[in-house]
Design a binder for this molecule. Structure first.
Ligand SMILES: [Zn+2]
Length: 179
């Protein structure tokens, strides 16, 4: 049984981070940050007022986050790298609404700040580990696992899961025929 991956179950913060990861060069896709129009769109995901913006900085953050997603285990070195890359950003707690608290950026690059805030929110919510790469090695698209069991292996069961199952089925059939 596979639960369907529905877009509406993916928090906006996660969707932005997943799109950032998928802007990299992978499978048949070229690096979207190399194309000014596409890069501007991705920058605006994190800072709606972004006019231009530092693409190289975003690229570095993307590499850092990709290394975390690719790492097995705690990824301590990778998280330390992300911490260093976002250390110029200062955040402050806003308690001005009684009974509520939110984090706002006080200084630093707005795009870097928003990426840091999004990642912080996902980590605090225990949802960061839901961001993974498709198990089909010819694909490796990043996705947000919306399943309760957190066992989704493919970005799309229809596209990559079926293909993997068919390949495994063929391999089993071949072995059986050879025996
Ligand atoms: Zn895939």
């Amino acid at each position: 049984m596979t639960e369907q991956n529905t877009e509406d179950k993916v928090p906006a913060t996660a969707a932005a981070i997943v799109d950032l990861l998928n802007s990299r060069e992978f499978a048949i896709y070229t690096d979207k940050l190399d194309e000014p129009d596409l890069a501007a769109g991705i920058l605006r995901r994190f800072d709606p007022a972004a006019n231009g913006g530092d693409v190289d900085e975003l690229r570095a953050l993307r590499s850092s986050l990709l290394a975390i997603v690719q790492a097995d285990g705690a990824a301590e070195t990778e998280w330390a790298d992300f911490t260093a890359r976002t250390s110029a950003v200062t955040l402050r707690h806003d308690f001005s609404t009684p009974g509520a608290v939110s984090l706002h950026q006080a200084s630093g690059d707005p795009v870097v700040g928003k990426v840091a805030l999004d990642v912080a929110q996902l980590v605090s919510a225990g949802s960061w580990s839901r961001i993974r790469l498709c198990a089909n090695h010819e694909c490796e698209r990043a996705f947000y696992d919306t399943t309760r069991s957190r066992t989704q292996r493919w970005h799309s069961y229809e596209i990559c899961g079926n293909r993997a199952n068919v390949a495994a089925f063929r391999a089993r059939g071949k072995t059986a025929a050879d025996a």
